[in-house]
Design a protein around this ligand. Sequence first.
Ligand code: MN
Length: 132
Amino acid sequence: TGCSLHVLLAEDHAVNQKVAARMLERMGHTVGIAADGRNALRALQSRRVDAVLMDLQMPEMDGIEAVAAIRAGEKLTGWHLPVIALTAHAMKGDRERVLELGFDAYLPKPIRAEELRLALEGRVVRDAPAAG
Ligand code: MN
């Protein structure tokens, strides 16, 4: 799209952080990193963020709790921050489940650059593959 976003990456795994951050930077975006949900919420209070990539499984506060807190806060503001779930184990039905939890889209890990780009453009990435 050519537009530069500030993306908050909430991911506890160091290698996954690096890979995703590099992809985002190559697309021309800037990246903030939080290693758990609590730090992600703190980061959202300290600066404007255009989109969040949120790992579901993190210590302290997981992605599910964090997106619930974000959506609860938005009931007061009317704002809607795009939050994309990162899931380690893609299974059939994941997409529906994460949308119900308040996410806007989901990306199965390992993340592919093209899917990440499409997700940031607000499109449905791909249907969950069958388990296994
Ligand atoms: Mn994790």
